[in-house]
Design a protein around this ligand. Structure first.
Ligand code: GDP
Ligand code: IMO
Ligand code: MG
Length: 423
């Protein structure tokens, strides 16, 4: 029996993790985020109504489900409150079931300015195309052992002293390194203390809660953000995010032991997208790329930027399968391929590997026939055209992991479940 499941992205993010997490949440008691921050944008569509979540776990729309933000997440209190207020305006009750680890490092206003300054001046070692949410600088401070944790806001005078010291350092960088405006300490302190007071009832010992739930037999889902190829260690460095996005982080970012993680579901689109800069071996610059972007509505859920589109890269997803121990795949956006005459799948590169950042990789493609019929909304494998089934089987064989779920539309209901991950 599966009690705990990790759901994570097997490509460069935006694979459809939010939809799948929401869908699987009808089987679980707890959903936990363990890395990243509000750089994530996870889209849920339920009966035609769209919700985009950045920080709250994608189980939040299910009444009674406990939602945990683990210690591995870098926390913008402002972004979390914005999201909470937005959902409350829609009538959702959530304050008694959102629990935020006191160990979350805080994203300060200065982190956001530092992130943006690095991207827009020539003093940052080259543009990454970040989401501009302060994620990189916040993780730098965590690793530099000078971050302010959420729990440290409880002692307000101690918090103020820490903030003043850290802002001194950030302001030095902003002024002298980037020639930018400084951040006002008193303004930042008052703003953050107000946010901290509102969040205080939600601060929790998430490690203890997760273990208590596990011991009580509750089902727990760990929701990844970003994708495996954006992992700080295993991704296309330096064009990556600043956290480990791979399954090991589900343990370190939540305090759960790795042997308590039963299965890992890797989510991948049946083609590839990437937002931001960096290598993308199967990227298309032609009419097919435009077709994918248009049919797939490929605009970033967080920044609204156009996503770059290309063929499915089985070599990249095979790497993700290895580094995450992916036990099953969820393939999304099958419907976007409807109407394409020929499909290509990258089965390897002429040289190098998916991690090579030279940008010179030459994909080796296998060509498969497409299909004319619509797969949109299909809920059973038998409803798919033979060529679509063959395409999925080809991906399964080439990647080397079984396909458990196929998504055929953005809505929660537009899904084919071949093997229920929680059975
Ligand atoms: P996430 O970051 O992995 O949660 O993915 P995003 O929400 O950023 O991006 C995925 C996009 O594809 C969202 O707009 C979803 O509503 C949409 N989506 C998810 N699954 C499907 C699918 O099977 N078909 C189509 N057409 N859209 C989908
Ligand atoms: P979800 O969870 C896609 C990308 C940015 C940039 C790089 C670093 O919705 O899949 P950062 O702001 O993290 O320092 O940016 O990572 N990136 C994402 N791309 N989906 C995401 O999240 C992403 N979060 C960050 O575009 O290339
Ligand atoms: Mg997204």
């Amino acid at each position: 029996m599966t009690q705990t499941l990790v759901v994570l992205g097997a490509q460069w993010g935006d694979e459809g993790k939010g939809k799948v997490v929401d869908l699987l949440t009808d089987r679980v008691d707890v959903v936990a985020r363990f890395q990243g921050g509000h750089n994530a944008g996870h889209t849920l569509v339920i009966d035609g109504r769209k919700t985009v979540l950045h920080l709250l776990p994608s189980g939040i729309l299910h009444a009674g489900v406990e939602c945990i933000i683990g210690n591995g997440v870098v926390l913008s209190m402002a972004a979390l409150l914005r999201e909470i207020h937005g959902l409350e305006e829609r009538g959702l009750q959530l304050r008694d079931r959102v629990r935020v680890s006191g160990g979350c490092p805080l994203i300060l206003p200065s982190h956001i300015f530092l992130d943006q300054a690095r991207e827009t001046t020539n003093r940052g070692g080259g543009k990454i195309g970040t989401t501009g949410r302060g994620i990189g600088p916040a993780y730098e401070d965590k690793v530099g052992r000078r971050a302010i944790h959420l729990a440290m806001t409880r002692n307000e005078s101690d918090f103020s002293a820490r903030l003043e010291e850290l802002l001194d350092y950030h302001n030095f960088l902003l002024r002298h390194w980037y020639q930018q405006e400084e951040v006002d300490f008193a303004e930042a302190r008052d703003e953050m203390l107000g946010q901290a007071r509102e969040l205080r009832p939600m601060i929790a010992d998430s490690v203890d809660i997760l273990h208590q739930r596990r011991e009580a037999g509750h089902k727990i889902l760990f929701e990844g953000a970003q994708g495996s190829l954006l992992d700080i260690d295993h991704g296309t460095y330096p064009f990556v995010t600043s956290s480990n996005t791979t399954s090991g982080a589900a343990a370190t970012g939540s305090g759960f032991g790795p042997l308590h993680l039963d299965r890992v579901l890797g989510v991948a689109k049946v083609y590839t997208t990437r937002v931001g800069d960096g290598p993308f071996p199967t990227e298309l610059f032609d009419a097919t790329g435009e077709h994918l972007a248009k049919r797939g509505n490929e605009f970033g859920s967080t920044t609204g930027r156009s996503r770059r589109c290309g063929w499915f890269d089985a070599q990249a997803v095979r790497l993700a399968t290895r580094i995450n121990s992916i036990s099953g795949l969820c393939l999304t956006k099958l419907d976007v391929l409807d109407g394409l005459e020929r499909l290509k799948v990258c089965i390897g590169y002429r040289e190098g590997s998916a991690r090579d950042d030279s940008g010179q990789l030459q994909p080796v493609y296998e060509e498969l026939p497409g299909w004319r019929e619509s797969t949109n909304g299909a809920r059973a494998l038998e409803d798919l055209p033979a060529n679509a089934r063959a395409y999925i089987r080809f991906i399964e064989d080439t990647v080397g992991a079984p396909v458990d779920i196929i998504s055929t539309g953005a809505d929660r209901a537009e899904t084919i479940i071949l093997r229920q991950p929680f059975d």
